[in-house]
Structures are given as structure tokens and as C-alpha cells.
Write a protein that binds this ligand. Structure first.
Ligand code: EPU
Length: 421
């Protein structure tokens, strides 16, 4: 087990490159199940969730090679349609294999993901969509067993916009017989990229990037290559790292417009941002952070995956801000840990009321999930003294060697082995 030791108060300087988007990779990789042959996925981040997905795909018979951010998936021989509990329990995104396996083989047995660190995360929309496409679904001994001779097109309206359910339905409908229309589809950039990749495989999809997507099912899909987008949440986290430490840094991130909601709020906080080509430069020297309210929303709104980092930032703002999560109402496990660092935060229903303090102070804290861990790293970098963060395996699921990137910018952050849990 590893932990981080952070010596706070160091100013950052220099340039940092954002890695490939974890959540896009986790959708692209299972999409390859739909074809038979060699697929190359460039700019795949070297993070533990990607390694978990590789293991899951290997378990299905898919061969892989991964290095230098290039992932090769050979789907010529898929020998199993079962996603076992041991993989799915580590990562909810494993549910993404359901649609492609069912659509290609007429059968999929996928362990149910169960709860997550911040409460229930249902999969009803995935299952209802598969049923609409003609699948019979049975739940047995913790597994979803889905069967269909041949999926058929359907009209699918999601009452709640869901990234995962849209992705699964897109993949399943691409090989179904007939036309499918998805309304209230997710418009997140990761889903747009998935649809683009499916089109490269030969899928017929209209309305990509909109919340009304039409898919004309085809008989067969073919191997294809795709280049991943960069991770907008990592980009946002790094910008807050610069801002919370009063630094001047540049961030290489090509998909600037995908993070507009966050940039706008950062500018409201008083941060000076300069955008040119693929580079964002921020100047937070002498910044006296304004408190700024935030409400998370589906894309292009303020992402729930930036909520924890925003709370850490607001903990040092002047005045009081309200941070509301409308996507995951219970996603506040970072708050008690931030309070250990001296933050003044109260959670009421799905809002955190953050009263800015002048200074945070280092303490021992614990990671509880991926973005919660990121918020603790940010707070630790701004705090006076040493912050010790336990259970950073959560962070390793989705950030590629974040401590190396932050160290290269001048942060004092060490990864150390520990037996403490
Ligand atoms: N929902 C349902 N039923 C479903 C599916 C979702 O009610 O069957 C609800 C959820 O409870 C939530 C809302 O719909 O309130 C949106 O959830 P969504 O399905 O969009 O989330 P997801 O696909 O499970 C992805 C990301 C998450 C990110 C959310 C929201 C991946 C692998 N995960 O999850 O990323 O928070 O979208 O943007 O793409 C992270 O990276 O830290 C992370 C948790």
C-alpha cells in the first residue's frame, strides 16, 4: 500500500501535459468487442482502471499489448461472454461489456456492480435499454444474464441522462437489426468519441454529440483505430493545483472548450487564464480567491467529477460558497477529511456550505474515492506543514502518475510505502 507525504506551501512553475481521458478509454476499449481483429487505441492513459479493463477483456479471450500509451486489442478470438465479480467489483465501468457482448454473441453474463463509495449507483437504465432492444434479462446470484437471438432497433428515452447507459446502448444498437433512436442521450465528449470510433468501425450513427442519436444497425463491424481525447478532469485538477498554490503554470490540454464551465467559474474566482492553441496559462500570483457557488450538471455543465476539487479550492476562498451536486447527491466523503485539514464545511442535503478559511494545516487524512483523493492532494499542497494521505490507490485508478507531474512543477510530494490502511 502507498501513501503520499505532501509538504504544503510550495509554489508551482512550468508546463505540464494532460494524459488521455480515463472515462473515454473505458468506453472505447469494450467497443472493440464488436469487431474481430486488431484495434489500436492511442493516447490511452496508464491508470489502474485501464489495467482493470484490460484484465477483464483478456478474460474474454481478447489479446492485448500496452505501452507508450498505445493499446492494441486483438478481438479475433473472443472465447467467453462472462464478466466475473472479481473484475466488476473493482470498477463499475465493467458494465460497458454488457452491450457489446450481448449484441455480438446474443449472450452476456456480467456481475452486478453493487454499491459505490458514495452510495447507490443504479444500472436500471442500462438494463431497460437492453430490454427495449429485445434482450431477456435475468438477475441470478449477483449476475445479470442477458440473452437475445438478435437485438432489434428501438426508441429509447432516458429519463435521466446517463453516460454509461448511452454508451452501452450505442454499442448494442450498432449491431442490432433496424433503427434505434436514443433521446436524452448523454452528450459528454467521452460518448461523442465512442460514437466516432463506432463510425470508424462501420457503424451508421447520426446526431453524434447531440442528445438525440439515431443508429441504423449494421450486420458487421470492422477493426479500427482511434486516438483518445485528453482528460478534462485531470486538466481541471491541475489548473486548481496551480490556482490554490498561487502559482503560474501552463497546461497542455487541446480540448479547451470541453472544460468551459470550469474555466468560467475559475475566472469568477479571480484567476487569470490565458488560452492559446493547446496551452492554458494561469497566473494566480497574489490571488485572493473569491468564493464562487457551483452546481454540478450534465455536460456542458460543471462536472460532478470536479466537485470535490472545487470544494478544496473554495475552502481557501474569502467568504462562503455553496457547492451543490445534482448528479450524485451523496458524493461528499472528502468533506470530513478536508475538515481534518482545517476547512470549515457543512453538508446539508446535496450541498456543501464552504466557509473559506485563511489557512489549512497539514494532517493525516484518508482517500475515499478517486476525486475525493484529488481534493486532498490539492488541499495538502496549499496547507501549512505536512499532509499524509492514506489509501491513494483510489487516486491511481484515474490519474496517471499525478505525483510525478506535480513534482516536476515544484510540488513537494512523495509516494511512500506503508502498512497502514
Ligand atoms: N443513473 C441511474 N440509472 C442508471 C445509470 C445512471 O439512475 O442506470 C443515474 C446515476 O445515479 C446518476 C446519473 O444517472 O445520478 C448519471 O450517471 P451516469 O450513468 O452518467 O454515470 P456513469 O456512466 O456511471 C460516468 C463516469 C463517472 C462520472 C459520471 C457522471 C465513467 C466510467 N464514469 O459514470 O466518472 O461521475 O459519468 O458524469 O465514464 C470519475 O471519473 O470519477 C467518475 C465517477
Amino acid at each position: 500500500m502507498d501513501k503520499f507525504l505532501i509538504e504544503g506551501g510550495k509554489k508551482l512553475n512550468g508546463k505540464v501535459k494532460v494524459s488521455g481521458a480515463k472515462n473515454a478509454s473505458l468506453a472505447l476499449m469494450p467497443a472493440a468487442i464488436l469487431n474481430s481483429g486488431v484495434n489500436t487505441l492511442e493516447n490511452t492513459p496508464e491508470v489502474n482502471d485501464v489495467y482493470t479493463m484490460i484484465k477483464l477483456l483478456n478474460n474474454l479471450g481478447i489479446k492485448s499489448e500496452f505501452g507508450g500509451h498505445k493499446l492494441i486489442l486483438d478481438t479475433t478470438e473472443i472465447t467467453s461472454q462472462v464478466a466475473p465479480y472479481e473484475h466488476v467489483k473493482k470498477m463499475r465501468a465493467s458494465i460497458y461489456v454488457l452491450g457489446p457482448l450481448l449484441s455480438k454473441f446474443g449472450y452476456a453474463k456480467v456481475s452486478m456492480p453493487g454499491g459505490c463509495a458514495w452510495g447507490p449507483r443504479p444500472i436500471n437504465l442500462h438494463l431497460e435499454a437492453m430490454k427495449k432492444l429485445g434482450a431477456e434479462i435475468e438477475l441470478d446470484a449477483g449476475y445479470i444474464i442477458a440473452k437475445a437471438e438478435k437485438l432489434h432497433g428501438a426508441r429509447i428515452h432516458f429519463d435521466v441522462s446517463s453516460v454509461g447507459a448511452t454508451g452501452n446502448t450505442l454499442m448494442a444498437a450498432s449491431l442490432a437489426k433496424g433503427n434505434t433512436i436514443i433521446t436524452n442521450a448523454a452528450v459528454e465528449p467521452e460518448i461523442t468519441l465512442l460514437a466516432d470510433y463506432l463510425v470508424k468501425m462501420g457503424a451508421k450513427i447520426n446526431g453524434i454529440g447531440s442528445n438525440c442519436i439515431e443508429i441504423e444497425g449494421v450486420e458487421q463491424l470492422y477493426p479500427a483505430d482511434e486516438t483518445n481525447i485528453c482528460d478534462r478532469i485531470e486538466a481541471g485538477t491541475l489548473i486548481i493545483a496551480g490556482s490554490i498554490t498561487g502559482s503560474t503554470i501552463s497546461i497542455e490540454f487541446p480540448e479547451i472548450k470541453t472544460l468551459s464551465a470550469v474555466f468560467s467559474k475559475l475566472e469568477d474566482s479571480g484567476l487569470k487564464l490565458n488560452y492559446s492553441n493547446n496551452l492554458i496559462t494561469l497566473d494566480a500570483s497574489g490571488l485572493d480567491i473569491n468564493s464562487v457557488d457551483v452546481t454540478t450538471a450534465i455536460y456542458p455543465g460543471f462536472p460532478t467529477d470536479m466537485q470535490a476539487q472545487w470544494i478544496a479550492y473554495m475552502a481557501l476562498a474569502k467568504g462562503t460558497s455553496t457547492v451543490t451536486d445534482t448528479i450524485y447527491h451523496d458524493r461528499f466523503s472528502h468533506v470530513p477529511e478536508l475538515i481534518r485539514l482545517g476547512a470549515d464545511i457543512e453538508v446539508i442535503n446535496n450541498s456543501a456550505i464552504v466557509k473559506g478559511v485563511k489557512q489549512l494545516r497539514g494532517a493525516k487524512v484518508m482517500s475515499t474515492d478517486l476525486r475525493a483523493s484529488a481534493s486532498l492532494v490539492l488541499a495538502g499542497m496549499a496547507a501549512e506543514g505536512t499532509t499524509e494521505i492514506l489509501r491513494i490507490y483510489h487516486l491511481d485508478r484515474g490519474y496517471e502518475r499525478i505525483e510525478e507531474k506535480l513534482k516536476a512543477l515544484g510540488a513537494s510530494i512523495e509516494r511512500v510505502k506503508t502498512t497502514e490502511f
